[in-house]
Design a protein around this ligand. Structure first.
Ligand code: PSU
Ligand code: MN
Length: 301
C-alpha cells in the first residue's frame, strides 16, 4: 500500500537519519512558482544535515514516502491536487486521487514507514471563534496517538494559540521550546505564551525520544517548537493588523473547513507584500535543518 522510495527504505533499514516533510505547505501553503523551488530547497537542507528527505504525498491513489523529481513537481504544480488530512487517506486511495498531505496525514504515513522525525512550518490547531465553528485541526488529535517528533515554529498564528496549547495539554502531547521557554508564534519569534520545557541541543531532543519509548504509555508525539530568529520574524504590529483584516475577509466570504488555513495564509502574503512569506520560509528552513540534526543525533547512538 505504502510506496516508500528505495533511498528512504534503505536509510530506515540501516537506521540512518531520515526526515519526513509534509506536502500541503508546498501545494496549498505557498504561492506558485516559488513553491517548487522551496520544496527542492527543503530536501537539500535535510541532506546538508546528513539526513535523507522523505517528502510525503498521495499520487494516483498511492501514498508515497519519498518523492522523485517528477513526483515533487506534480505536488507543486498539478491543478486540482487535493489537501488530505488523515481522515481523507482511505478515500483518496480508493478513489485513485492525488493530494498533498497535511501534518496529520504526513505524521501517520511517516510513522507507518518507520520515519520518526518530521519537519513543518506551523501546526494546525484550534481556530479563533472555535466555540462557534468547532474548527480544530485534525493535526492535534492525530499527534496525540502517533509516535513522531515534529519540529515546528509553534502553531499557525492565525489560530487561537492559547486554546491550542490548552488542547495539546488535554490531549497529552509533549511540547518543548527549542532554546527558549517561550512558545514560538509561527511568523513571530514569541507567541506571547510560555512553555514548561526547553531543550537546547539535538542530543537533548533525542534523549527525550528515547525516554518516550522506554516509558511506554500512549504513543503520542513530541513537539519541538523552534522559533524563527527575531531578525527574520514578521513585524509584530504589521502581523496584528493584517491578521485582523484577513480574518474579517475570511468571515465575509464565508470560507469554512479545509479552505480556511490556505485562505488566511494567502491573505497574509498579499497583505504584507510577501513579508509573511519570508518569515514563513525562514521558519520552515530553520525547522527542516533542526529536524535533520535531531534525526542525526538519534541515529548517532
Ligand atoms: N505549515 C505551514 N503552511 C501550511 C501548513 C503548515 O507553514 O500550509 C498546513 C499543514 O499541512 C497543516 C495544515 O497540517 O496547514 C493545517 O490545516 P487545517 O487547519 O485545515 O487542519
Ligand atoms: Mn480546520
Amino acid at each position: 500500500m505504502l510506496v516508500v522510495s528505495d533511498e528512504v527504505q534503505a536509510a530506515v533499514a540501516d537506521r540512518r537519519p531520515v526526515v519526513a516533510l509534509e506536502s500541503t505547505i508546498i501545494a496549498h501553503g505557498l504561492p506558485r512558482p516559488r513553491n517548487l523551488r522551496v520544496a527542492r530547497e527543503l530536501e537539500e537542507l535535510v541532506r546538508e544535515e546528513g539526513a535523507v528527505p522523505a517528502t510525503i504525498a498521495v499520487l494516483d491513489g498511492r501514498p508515497h514516502v519519498g518523492l522523485d523529481k517528477t513526483q515533487l513537481e506534480r505536488v507543486a504544480n498539478e491543478e486540482g491536487i487535493r489537501k488530505l488530512g488523515h481522515r481523507d487517506l482511505a478515500l483518496a486511495v480508493a478513489a485513485g486521487a492525488s493530494g498533498a498531505t497535511t501534518v496529520s496525514a504526513t505524521a501517520l504515513l511517516a510513522a507507518r514507514a518507520g520515519v520518526r522525525v518530521f519537519a513543518t512550518g506551523g501546526l494546525g490547531g484550534v481556530h479563533r471563534e472555535w466555540t462557534a465553528t468547532q474548527d480544530e485541526s485534525a493535526d492535534l488529535r492525530l499527534l496525540a496517538r502517533t509516535r513522531v517528533t515534529v519540529v515546528c515554529a509553534g502553531v499557525k498564528s492565525i489560530l487561537d494559540v492559547a486554546a491550542t496549547l490548552q488542547r495539546l495539554e488535554t490531549l497529552g502531547v509533549a511540547v518543548a521550546g527549542y532554546g527558549t521557554d517561550r512558545f514560538p508564534g509561527f511568523y513571530l519569534t514569541d507567541s506571547g505564551h510560555p512553555v514548561d520545557w526547553a531543550l537546547r541541543t539535538p542530543e537533548e531532543v533525542a534523549a527525550v525520544m528515547r525516554a518516550q519509548d522506554s516509558l511506554g504509555g500512549p504513543e503520542s508525539a513530541l513537539l519541538v517548537a523552534n522559533p524563527v530568529p527575531e531578525s527574520e520574524q514578521l513585524d509584530p504590529a504589521l502581523h496584528a493588523r493584517v491578521l485582523a483584516e484577513a480574518l474579517e475577509a475570511c468571515a465575509e466570504r464565508g470560507i469554512t473547513g479545509q479552505a480556511v488555513t490556505p485562505f488566511l495564509l494567502d491573505q497574509l502574503v498579499r497583505r504584507t507584500d510577501g513579508a509573511s512569506l519570508s518569515a514563513n520560509l525562514a521558519a520552515v528552513r530553520g525547522n527542516v535543518r533542526l529536524a535533520g540534526r535531531i534525526a542525526a543525533a538519534r541515529a548517532a547512538r
